[in-house]
Design a protein. Structure first.
Length: 502
């Protein structure tokens, strides 16, 4: 039996080795649960060696908290891992002992957030890897993963025109479901923030809920979203996400925010979109709304097709608007015709045909040099059918998209008398609008019209460096033309012997 002194030496040696092992674990800065260490104790002078086995567990993982209690299965969520370091790896699983052998870890970013996705329903543990370590560990933190809410839980609501301030009782219909929650917001992604410190409205379906705009915190969280309509979002009793319900919305203080387009051609059919309007609203354009008791057109959605044929209105017409009146308007709300003077519609000459300018030249010009370009073709007609001379041309891309930019519209200098070109423009490529484009298309706009129309001539205008310009034409380069007899005002094809392409 060992002496008392021998036993004390043995225990002391083992304790020192345990301290060294623990210090080595702490220096690694890695949480390793249930890591087994063999500790050898004893002294050479004793003539024997004893072996002792112990288990060390990291009791203070570096991740102290997460800002999510619930995840939706199959839906990525941004979660903050307080105490983590950028580059750490995280995921949520039922068991973490296999986590080092499978893929799916997310990397913590500089903001200590990571995109994580729950793959199954239930209580999931946090599995993590410190930095670039190979082994994963299991954390004491966990989340609950639930199935997604259904977008068809609520199929209809009434009323949809609610009070801007004060309560409105709203009826919800749909498949029977008890104990859910509703949220009214511009976007259902905002619902988790909007009712801070307040209870979400609870509802049974079918059932009713009391809507109060002032109940949510939108005006203080993000005033830019505080418009005049909210979507209906629903969270089931066994879900943790918010699902938009069948495009259902409520609105208050209805109005039209904008129209597209703001300029239309007379005697042409144009689709006009009224942003903010709902089906059943009525609209009419007029010089003013003083004599409009009831707008003439009822919308079936947020847009309509219209033909403007009575007169031109280059100064613009104002919008007379009346919101829907009927069973979906809350009691106590009255609707009336409103003049939305900030919205103006110009009625201009119809857009030009695509063959007003049939050809032009020269076709090759030097970059950054003002060049006179001659135009040939036939003038188009205005609103009253009479010929309209002049207008503007623009050299742009195929869609004429840069023509509305400042400085791109070129006034045509009309040439009187025939034969000869219809007019000319002086063009110098503007680098800021056309970038590095070397081939440009000709676009044309009638005087007092809305749209730029690309002309049918598919041959482009080439813009080259001065050193690439073709040599000047010699006086005797064209040796013959045919025919030499042509009919006045009739388009004729003429061959030029000796001419080069372009």
């Amino acid at each position: 039996m060992p002496s008392l002194r021998t036993s004390i030496l043995f225990i002391t040696g083992a304790w020192l080795n345990l301290q060294a092992a623990a210090a080595g674990d702490e220096a690694s800065d890695e949480a390793r649960p249930h890591k087994h260490h063999k500790v050898h104790g004893g002294s050479a002078s004793l003539g024997r060696t004893s072996t002792m086995t112990t288990t060390t567990t990291t009791t203070t993982p570096w991740i102290t908290s997460i800002d999510a209690e619930c995840l939706t299965v199959g839906k990525a969520a941004s979660v903050r891992f307080q105490g983590a370091s950028p580059g750490d790896k995280v995921k949520f699983e039922r068991f973490c002992h296999n986590a080092s052998f499978i893929h799916g870890f997310s990397t913590v970013g500089d903001d200590l957030r990571a995109k994580v996705t729950a793959k199954e329903e239930g209580i999931l543990k946090l599995c993590y890897k410190r930095g670039n370590t190979k082994h994963s560990a299991e954390h004491t933190l966990f989340v609950e993963a639930k199935l997604a809410s259904s977008p068809g839980s609520v199929t209809s609501i009434s009323p949809t025109h609610v009070h801007k301030s004060g309560p409105t009782e709203i009826s919800l219909k749909g498949p029977r479901k008890l104990g859910g929650k509703v949220c009214f917001a511009p976007s259902c992604d905002m619902c988790s923030q909007l009712y801070a410190g307040k209870d979400y409205p609870m509802v049974d379906i079918p059932g009713t809920v009391t809507f109060r705009k002032e109940d949510n915190m939108l005006s203080s969280i993000d005033p830019s979203f505080d418009g005049n309509e909210f979507k209906l979002c629903y969270q089931g009793p066994t879900n943790c996400d918010w699902a938009e319900q069948s495009s259902l919305k409520v609105r208050w203080d209805p109005y039209v925010r904008s129209i597209t387009p703001t300029c239309v051609g007379a005697n042409t059919t144009t689709k006009i979109t009224f942003e903010g309007a709902w089906a059943g609203d009525k609209v009419q354009f007029a010089k003013d709304c003083s004599n409009v008791s009831e707008p003439a057109v009822e919308l079936s959605g947020d847009s309509k097709f219209a033909i403007w044929h009575d007169r031109l209105a280059p100064e613009g017409l104002t919008l007379c608007y009346k919101s829907y009146e009927g069973p979906h308007v809350a009691p106590g709300i009255t609707t009336e015709v409103r003049e939305l003077g900030q919205i103006r519609l110009q009625v201009m000459n119809p857009s030009a045909e695509a063959n007003v300018v049939e050809t032009y030249g020269p076709r090759v010009i030097a970059d950054d040099v003002a060049t006179t370009i001659h135009l040939w073709g036939k003038w188009g007609s205005g609103f009253d059918g009479e010929t309209v001379e002049g207008g503007n041309v623009c050299f742009s891309d195929e869609s004429c998209s840069t023509c509305s930019q400042r400085g791109q519209a070129l006034d045509i200098k009309v040439t009187s008398g025939r034969p000869g070109p219809m007019g000319s423009v002086v063009f110098k490529k503007a680098q800021d609008a056309l970038d590095d484009a070397s081939e440009l298309y000709l676009c044309y706009k009638l005087p007092d019209s809305c749209d730029w129309i690309r002309q049918a001539d598919d041959k482009t205008l080439r813009v080259v460096g001065v050193e690439q310009m073709p040599t000047l034409t010699a006086p005797n380069q064209i040796s013959e033309i045919s025919p030499r007899l042509v009919t006045v005002y009739a388009k004729t094809t003429i061959s030029f012997k000796g001419a080069q392409l372009g």
